[in-house]
Each structure stands twice: as structure tokens, then as C-alpha cells.
Ligand binder design. Structure first.
Ligand SMILES: [Zn+2]
Length: 136
């Protein structure tokens, strides 16, 4: 199975387990993805222009739903707010759990970090990826 499909399956499993509704819409390239925590809904804009991969956008929004209780969020991974940073960190952890298998050592994961960053379009969040993957 390709990485693409296995990551999608992994994320869809989290979505189902947590009773999240996933909706895809086609708006302008400037309209970010949105999450509504009250309705437990993620709305992905197919046309949104971003360097982040679809997987990461989904993982970021899932992270909002798993960690927040109120408000509607726009997808703004580069925002400095605490909740956005937390969603980025949790989103990266979700993808890392899927991407790196259990038997890989922390050192092996660390050595593959640039491959991980490239796969998910996380160049702008390299510091957060390194924070998550730093061998402790
Ligand atoms: Zn967000």
C-alpha cells in the first residue's frame, strides 16, 4: 500500500472513531480549511492554495477537534496563537505515529526527518517537526 493511502486510512480511522464529520468543498484558493468544534466538523477547501500536504491539513484540523472544546478555527498553521501551534504539534505527532512504525528507533526517525518533512510539505514547520522527533 502506498504511503498516501495508508496515511489516508489512518486519518479516516481517527475521524470515524471520534465521530467527526469530514466535508470537502470547492471555494476560492484564498479560503482556508475550517473546523467547527461544536458540530465536530472539518471542512476542507479543495482549492485552497498551500504548501502543506492534504494529510497535514487534515491532521491539523483533527488535532483541533481532539484538543479544543470551543470556537470555529480557520486553517492558519503559520499563526502564532497557542491553539494553532498546539494543533500543528498534535497534527505532526499524528502523522509521525502513522509514518514511523513502532519498531523504528528514535534515532532512525530523527534521521528520516527530512523525508517526513518533504512527504507532508512541512518545510515551514521544520522547527516543530524537529521538536517532535528529537531523540530524548
Ligand atoms: Zn488551525
Amino acid at each position: 500500500m502506498s504511503t498516501y493511502n495508508s496515511v489516508i486510512n489512518y486519518l479516516e480511522n481517527i475521524i470515524q472513531t471520534n465521530h467527526i464529520t469530514l466535508i470537502h468543498i470547492s471555494c476560492s484558493s484564498y479560503d482556508p480549511d475550517v473546523v467547527n468544534t461544536q458540530k465536530r466538523a472539518i471542512i476542507i477547501n479543495r482549492n485552497y492554495q498551500t504548501h502543506f500536504s492534504y494529510h497535514f491539513r487534515l491532521a491539523h484540523e483533527i488535532a483541533h477537534l481532539l484538543t479544543e472544546t470551543t470556537h470555529t478555527y480557520n486553517f492558519s498553521q503559520l499563526a502564532k496563537s497557542t491553539s494553532e501551534k498546539k494543533a500543528n504539534l498534535t497534527g505532526i505527532k499524528i502523522l509521525a505515529d502513522c509514518y514511523f512504525s513502532d519498531h523504528q528507533s528514535k534515532i532512525m526517525c530523527w534521521e528520516r526527518r527530512f523525508q517526513f518533512i518533504e512527504t507532508f510539505g512541512l518545510g515551514q514547520l521544520t522547527h516543530l517537526v524537529e521538536h517532535v522527533l528529537t531523540p530524548k
